[in-house]
Design a protein around this ligand. Structure first.
Ligand code: GDP
Length: 183
């Protein structure tokens, strides 16, 4: 894989269907520095985008998927790219998998998670746009997602900022746990 950074700083990847709120979340996490661009047209991003944060780790923005108008050939290319990166990226220490709170995981989502079964990569689900649900419904939804996917989930809203602290905490824990292994 060509354009991936060659240094050994840990990489945390973010994946999700187009329009799940990934660009907005990345912008929220990295603060005012506009390192991630919010996409106006869903499915526009095709490449893996690496953002070096605080000179110490990378956020990797994986291309959004599940966009109906994408030709099959492009989808297959996407699949190869994802599978290769998720299985072989030597500095990849964790995946943040995004799911819209109002959607169920679909075939594309499950395929992506399925690729990880070859490798025990710590994976966390971030359930996005939680501001769209009442507090009760939001809690129910989180539990449901955790049960269905068998993974820990954090509720997040870029609108209210809910879940940001928890997510950053989880990311820093992951980096800390891996810092010795990678140096
Ligand atoms: P991406 O395709 O996954 O990068 O999605 P975007 O970040 O571009 O967001 C897609 C749409 O969802 C945009 O219209 C955003 O304004 C909206 N959006 C993103 N995050 C939130 C959120 O937390 N709450 C709500 N209500 N809308 C959001």
């Amino acid at each position: 894989m060509n354009q991936t950074p060659k240094d050994r700083r840990p990489q945390i990847a973010f994946a999700g269907r187009s329009n799940v709120g990934k660009s907005t979340l990345l912008n929220r996490l990295v603060g005012r520095k506009k390192v991630a661009k919010v996409s106006a047209t869903p499915g526009k991003t095709r490449a893996l985008n690496f953002f070096l944060i605080n000179e110490s780790f990378y956020f990797v923005d994986l291309p959004g998927y599940g966009f109906a108008k994408v030709p099959r050939k492009v989808r297959e290319e996407w699949g190869r790219l994802m599978e290769q990166y998720l299985n072989e990226g030597p500095s990849l220490i964790g995946l943040i998998f995004l799911l819209d709170c109002r959607r169920d995981p679909n075939e594309d989502d499950l395929q992506l998670l399925g690729w990880l079964s070859h490798r025990k990569l710590p994976t966390m689900v971030v359930v996005t746009k939680m501001d769209k649900l009442s507090r009760n419904k939001a809690n129910q939804r989180l539990k449901q997602v955790e049960k269905e996917l068998g993974l820990p989930a954090i509720g997040f809203s870029s609108t209210t900022g809910i879940g940001k602290k928890e997510l950053m905490g989880a990311i820093f824990d992951l980096i800390e746990e891996n810092s010795q292994a990678l140096t």
